[in-house]
Design a protein around this ligand. Structure first.
Ligand code: PGA
Length: 255
């Protein structure tokens, strides 16, 4: 599979961190460090910091994303935010199906699919998270789990829309645990997901799809993970909250 056909994307997932003041500070710190990066740079910030982050990132190469969006365009869904609301602000990206949403907030493959559909309809680029639990890896069903999550999430997504889909392979056991998948495990799973997409659409579509690895990626292990032929970038949690660490990962993806 030809890596040069794809754009490398390094995205920070700030999770529930940073007030608006903290968000502005981090973006300001980051700007000079990632200026001229050879990959796409995205910061997915809490809803409350979106406006601040968008303003701080103006006239820089940092793109701003949200961490979720609802499946309906509007309606009686207290506490939720729609894709249209995000797009109107100038937000370009949204994470959908993160394992913490699945684990703590009852997200299912079906609601993930509905949210993907809604985000695409609003014009957003989706960072779709898939990945297995530790017990599923131990049962040797990583492939099956990733295939099922990918297939259901992409149901109703047409080929032309894949240009606005990024898949993040995030083994749940590696998220926030300091346990990183080996470069080989990451590469294998990303390659497998690419094959699933090739079967769903066609090889050219799969060859053009950006597939990230996520799960304790940091400044020290990024280069090795990113050297895998099927790993096109990273979704970074903890290490995205430190400008120097995140910039080092961006640099590793820029070669
Ligand atoms: P982590 O989080 O880098 O802190 O493991 C990754 C993620 O949840 O996207």
């Amino acid at each position: 599979m030809n890596k040069s056909l794809r754009k490398a994307v390094i995205a920070g997932n700030w999770k529930m961190n940073k007030t608006r003041a903290g968000a502005a500070g981090l973006i300001e710190e980051l700007k000079p460090l990632v200026a001229g990066a050879g990959c796409e740079v995205v910061a997915c910030v809490p809803y409350t910091s979106l406006e601040t982050a968008l303003k701080a990132a103006q006239a820089s190469n940092i793109k701003i994303g949200a961490q979720n969006c609802h499946w309906a365009a509007s309606g009686a869904f207290t506490g939720e935010i729609s894709g249209e609301m995000l797009a109107e602000m100038g937000v370009g990206y949204v994470i959908v199906g993160h394992s913490e949403r699945r684990q703590y907030f009852g997200e299912t493959d079906k609601t993930v699919n509905q949210r993907v559909r809604a985000a695409l309809d609003a014009g957003l680029t989706v960072i779709l998270c898939v990945g297995e639990l530790l017990e599923q890896r131990e049962q040797d069903i990583t492939g099956e789990v990733c295939a099922m999550q990918t297939k259901i999430a992409l149901s109703g997504v047409v080929r032309q829309e894949l240009s606005r889909i990024i898949i993040a392979y995030e083994p749940v056991w590696a998220i926030g645990t300091g346990k990183t998948a080996t470069a080989e495990q990451a590469g294998q799973a990303c390659g497998f997901i690419r094959e699933v997409v090739a079967k769903l659409y066609d090889k050219a579509a799969a060859d053009g799809l950006t597939i990230q690895y996520g799960g304790s990626m940091n400044a020290a292990n990024a280069a090795e993970l990113l050297s895998q032929p099927d790993v096109d970038g990273g979704l970074i949690g903890g290490a995205s909250l430190k400008a120097a660490d995140f910039a080092a990962i961006v640099k590793a993806a820029s070669v």
